[in-house]
Design a protein around this ligand. Structure first.
Ligand code: MRU
Length: 344
C-alpha cells in the first residue's frame, strides 16, 4: 500500500501532516474535534475520501467524552458537532456523506445506552475507513482495464493514497495498471496554489517507482500538442447527478484541452462522491480560500501589496467533456443522468 495517511491509534487519530510533504514526513496525533477541524481546514489531511474518514473520526472525538444518559441531550450535542464539522470545507461530498452515515447509525440506535451508541460510532468510522480501501482497490481494477501498456497519463492534484485510506482513486488506476505489468508514464501538473501535484502525487509515484514527470499547470496544453499524453485521469470532490464533476481548480482547463486534442478524460471516484441532492454542476458549493495562498509562493510574498485575488479551490467539469467515470461498481459512460441513477 502506498501510504497510511490516517489511523486510529491509542484513542487518537494519527495522520500524516500533508502540508509538510515531501520535505518532512511528520505524523501528528489528533485528540479533539477542534484539532480535526483545524487539520482539515489547513489541509494537513485532504482529498475527498480522506476527508470523509477524517470527519467521521472528528465526530467521534467530539462526542466521546460528552457525559449524559439522556438521548435527547446526546443528540443535541451530536447535531452541534456535525454542524461544526460541516463548516470546515464545503466541496468534498465524502465529508458530508460520512457525517450523514454516522447520523443514520445513531438514529438506528436511539434505544440503546449512550455508551454503546458511542462505541457503535467508532466502529462505523473504522468500517468507513476499511471499506474505502476495498473501494479504492476496485476503482483501480476497473480503471486499469482502460490503460494500455505504454500509455502516458496526465493527472492533476493528488488523488492518491494520501487522499483516501491509502490506495487512491485516480492513482489507484495507475498503481493497478503497474501491478498488471503495464509500463506507464505519468505527467503531473504541479497544481497551484498549494502544489498537491508536485508535493504529494510526485512523492507517491516516486515511492512506487513509477516513471513520473512534473510540469507546471500551464504546460498541459503543450504536452498534449506534442502528443505526449494518451489519457487524462483525475479524482473528484463532488459529482452531480448529471455527471458534472467538481475537482481541484485547473481540472476544467485540462478537460477542455483534452477534448481539443481528442484525448480521453477519465474521472475516478467512489460512489460516496456522488451527491444525490445535486442535479447539476452549478449547484455544487465551491470553496473559496484565502488570498495568501496565491499572494505567496513557498512562504514568500510574490504579489504586490494591494492586488485583488480570486482563489476558488475547485472548478466544475461539464459532463460533456468526460469520457467515463470510473467507480468501484462499474465504468459509468454517458448518458450520465440515466447511468448515474442506475449505479446509485
Ligand atoms: O484541496 P484538496 O487537496 O483537498 O483537493 C483534493 C482534490 O481536488 C482531489 O483531486 C479530490 O479530492 C479527489 S481525492 C481522491
Amino acid at each position: 500500500m502506498p501510504s497510511t495517511p490516517i489511523e486510529w491509534k491509542n484513542n487518537k487519530v494519527k495522520i500524516i501532516d500533508q502540508s509538510l510533504l515531501p520535505n518532512k514526513l511528520n505524523y501528528i496525533y489528533i485528540e479533539t474535534c477542534e484539532e480535526m477541524f483545524d487539520a482539515i481546514k489547513n489541509l494537513k489531511i485532504r482529498g475527498a475520501p480522506a476527508l470523509g474518514i477524517a470527519a467521521a473520526f472528528g465526530l467521534y472525538l467530539g462526542i466521546k467524552d460528552f457525559k449524559t444518559t439522556s438521548f435527547k441531550r446526546f443528540e443535541k450535542k451530536l447535531n452541534e458537532v456535525i454542524k461544526h464539522l460541516s463548516n470546515c470545507r464545503p466541496t468534498a461530498r465524502n465529508l458530508f456523506w460520512a457525517l450523514e452515515k454516522l447520523k443514520d447509525k445513531v438514529d438506528q440506535l436511539k434505544k440503546y445506552p449512550i455508551n454503546s451508541i458511542k462505541g457503535a460510532l467508532l466502529e462505523e468510522t473504522l468500517k468507513i475507513q476499511m471499506e474505502d480501501n476495498k473501494t479504492c482497490q476496485l476503482i483501480g481494477e476497473k480503471g486499469a482495464n482502460l490503460i494500455k501498456d505504454g500509455d502516458t497519463i496526465l493527472t492533476h492534484c493528488n488523488a492518491g493514497g494520501l487522499a483516501t485510506s491509502g490506495y487512491g482513486t485516480a492513482l489507484a488506476v495507475i498503481f493497478k495498471a503497474k501491478e498488471q505489468g503495464k509500463k506507464i508514464k505519468v505527467y503531473v501538473g504541479e497544481t497551484r496554489p498549494l502544489l498537491q501535484g508536485a508535493r504529494l502525487t510526485c512523492w507517491e509515484l516516486l515511492q512506487e517507482k513509477i516513471d513520473v514527470t512534473l510540469i507546471c499547470d500551464s504546460m498541459a496544453g503543450e504536452v498534449m500538442k506534442e502528443e505526449k499524453i494518451k489519457k487524462v485521469i483525475v479524482g473528484a470532490d463532488r459529482i452531480a447527478l448529471n455527471g458534472d464533476v467538481a475537482n481541484k481548480i485547473g481540472t476544467y482547463s485540462l478537460a477542455v484541452l483534452a477534448s481539443f486534442h481528442n484525448i480521453p478524460f477519465y474521472v475516478a471516484a467512489p460512489i460516496s462522491t456522488f451527491d444525490p441532492k445535486i442535479r447539476k454542476g452549478e449547484d455544487i458549493p465551491i470553496e473559496q480560500r484565502e488570498a495568501g495562498e496565491i499572494e505567496n509562493f513557498a512562504g514568500k510574498r510574490t504579489a504586490p501589496e494591494g492586488v485583488k485575488v480570486y482563489n476558488p479551490a475547485f472548478d466544475v467539469v461539464p459532463n460533456s467533456l468526460i469520457t467515463c467515470i470510473i467507480t468501484e461498481k462499474k465504468l459509468v459512460y454517458p448518458s450520465y443522468r440515466k447511468n448515474i441513477k442506475k449505479v446509485l
